[in-house]
Design a protein around this ligand. Sequence first.
Ligand SMILES: NC(=O)c1ccc[n+]([C@@H]2O[C@H](COP(=O)([O-])OP(=O)(O)OC[C@H]3O[C@@H](n4cnc5c(N)ncnc54)[C@H](OP(=O)(O)O)[C@@H]3O)[C@@H](O)[C@H]2O)c1
Length: 313
Amino acid sequence: METMKAILCKKYGPPEILQISESTKPTPTKHEVLIKIFATSVTNSDIFIRSSKLPLLFMIPMRLFIGLTGPRNPIIGEVFSGKIESIGSEIKRFKPGDKVYGFTGFSLGAYADYKCMKEVDSKRGCLAIMPDNINFEEATSAAYGGLLALQSMEKGEGQNVLIYGASGTTGTFAVQYAKHLGATVTGVCGPSNIDFVKSLGADKVIDYTEPDAVNALETYDFILDAVGTAKTSELKKACKKSLSKSGWYASIDDSALLLESDRLDKITELIEAGRIMPITDRTYPFEQIVEAHRYVETGHKRGNVAITVNTDY
Ligand SMILES: NC(=O)c1ccc[n+]([C@@H]2O[C@H](COP(=O)([O-])OP(=O)(O)OC[C@H]3O[C@@H](n4cnc5c(N)ncnc54)[C@H](OP(=O)(O)O)[C@@H]3O)[C@@H](O)[C@H]2O)c1
């Protein structure tokens, strides 16, 4: 039996609960590909899953899906990038050596050397060929922020757009996507990220910590809450009153994330065309997963936090 290295979360708890361990290397079925993982991310989803710190209304369904006292699959992790190592006999879309990125969904398992995935989309994940002009760490940012941003933004395009939480993984993607669509974009972030959000292309930036931030609001055709319902401010509450008559407000928490490889293909095209650059805040080695979780838990990462899993590309 071949083994691999993996990060295990055997029960819900603080970052220190995570342990590096040996696990069984998976073998693909005829409908699966075996991916050698080069990078993963510490996403907010991983923090929710590891800590299980959620309002009761969300915690109960999450535990039913993921596991009662700890994740059923103790190898957590939801986004990955890597290379196809081998394929099952029924695989049509991929071949060994393809560089792919994607989302593991409810099957988790990205915090490991290897992961088997079906090539068809399901709640257990989706994958696609990754952009050829970014590295593996950047690809994990694109998968998470890209899927979350596009899902909400495809419904709500407009000329004057406000992105609330413009400095996070989804927000940085959303600002660039709105600019690509030709919108005038206002980004909302904290004081340390104003110049950074401008550098992404935002035409205006509002600091949500400023006492008079509400006065800076204009009228918007589309507002995206890119940080989710748990993070709020007086400014966020006021935003909804700044919509135009036909304006549209969306939160990335409005509906479950759709795991769709077609959308990953679209993200690949946008990045390869130079329209969007996924943002990496910090990259940690696999062995520093606890430190990476502690950092993400501060709630102020700038773009994405990646974990390098393997480097023998
Ligand atoms: N629908 C689904 O199925 C689904 C799935 C996965 C995730 N999600 C949602 O997506 C969220 C994760 O998004 P993400 O990882 O892209 O975000 P993120 O990177 O964690 O966002 C970090 C940013 O949040 C900003 N921030 C913190 N508090 C804020 C506040 N009160 N107001 C405005 N900005 C604030 C920080 O900006 P400053 O440092 O500049 O303050 C930081 O740059 C999750 O929290 C979850 O709600 C939804």
